[in-house]
Write a protein that binds this ligand. Structure first.
Ligand code: NAP
Length: 304
């Protein structure tokens, strides 16, 4: 990729940010679009002239970093932990979905203003929409009540699931989670919070069971949010969805597959949330296959 005087900046902010796969995925997409545009003669000179960089920004420097981004004309950026909530007051416009979720993962500059949204819900839904199920018949159970669970809740309501049960281990955090949707009454109307000890009561009716905890993530690959016996209680035809993408598959998905459930891992969500962000910045379709393959190559799992 040629970096020159006219190259525009995209990036991801976080602290730490070294673990992020976004630079890998986005720079592969930019390189591909650049070469394709040039080959098709759509652009003179260097084609699509962007680079996507990681920016480690400590929490106390967030405001000054955003002001600096405006000063240097950054085109847009992704946001990861710990800035997804803290960025909101620093933005001029925030989408309804990001307000409901309470977190922003994608920011862009428009007419001198910072605009933000959350593409995690789009990313989560993408592989489910491909399945063409009647979501109005499929209650969703979400294991975990952290940041990712919020995007999953919004996505499940948007898909049309008749009920969304969020299962958590901490009564206080669970109650807080349940009460935090006042800005989104359509979500609050379908949402119930369920203590972990009661999850077995709900398993037989669940049409979609989502792991939104880190249980099973590398290096704790033997962990699972549900035991094999619990997975065995999930109704036939249900979908088991794990947000984790290393390893592929997780213990949870291996057991779900053995129990005859349809399984989805977190890689496609990662790819699709990134593709949705790139489309906002570049105003053209993202090369999803290139982004997916860049991740698969890196994870050394191209056949999974
Ligand atoms: P988070 O904000 O830290 O939330 C983690 C949740 O898991 C919390 O509710 C936590 O409970 C719960 N939890 C942790 N250990 C548990 C245990 N032993 N038993 C029961 N519950 C437990 O993390 P997050 O950002 O939501 O991420 C959750 C997972 O999703 C991670 O594995 C992450 O890698 C993955 N993720 C994937 C994508 C993707 O694109 N595929 C995107 C985002 C996240 P407490 O609140 O009680 O501590």
């Amino acid at each position: 990729m040629l970096i020159q005087g006219s190259t525009q900046l995209l990036g991801v902010i976080g602290y730490p940010v070294e673990h992020s796969f976004s630079p890998l995925m986005h720079n592969a997409a930019i390189k591909y679009l650049n070469e394709r545009n040039r080959a098709e003669g759509k652009c003179s000179g260097t084609g699509l002239d962007y680079v996507y960089l990681p920016f480690p920004i400590p929490p106390e420097s967030l405001a000054i970093a955003i002001a600096g981004f405006a000063a240097v004309g950054l085109k847009g950026f992704n946001i990861t932990i710990p800035h997804k909530q803290a960025i909101i007051p620093l933005l001029d416009e925030v989408s309804d979905v990001a307000r409901a979720i309470g977190a922003v993962n994608t920011v862009w500059r428009r007419e001198g203003k910072w605009c933000g949204t959350n593409t995690d819900a789009i990313g989560f839904s993408a592989p489910l929409k491909e399945m063409g199920r009647d979501w109005s018949q499929l209650p969703a159970m979400i294991l975990g009540n952290g940041g990712a669970a919020r995007a999953v809740v919004a996505a499940c309501v948007q898909l049309g699931c008749p009920a969304v049960w969020v299962v958590g281990r901490s009564p206080d955090k669970l109650a807080e989670f349940g009460q935090s949707w006042s800005a989104a009454p359509e979500i609050a109307a379908k949402l119930s919070v369920v203590p972990w000890a009661q999850l077995a009561d709900y398993l037989p009716q669940a049409g979609l069971v989502v792991n939104a905890t880190p249980l099973g993530m590398h290096p704790h690959v033997a962990d699972s949010p549900l035991s094999e016996a619990e997975i065995g209680q999930v109704g036939g035809g249900a979908i088991a969805y794990d947000l984790i993408y290393t390893p592929r598959p997780t213990q949870f998905l291996q057991a779900a597959s053995a129990a005859g459930l349809t399984t989805i891992d977190g890689l496609e969500m990662l790819v699709q949330q990134g593709a949705a962000a790139l489309e906002i910045w570049l105003q053209q379709p993202a090369p999803v296959e290139i982004m997916r393959q860049a991740l698969l190559d890196y994870l050394g799992n191209a056949t999974a």
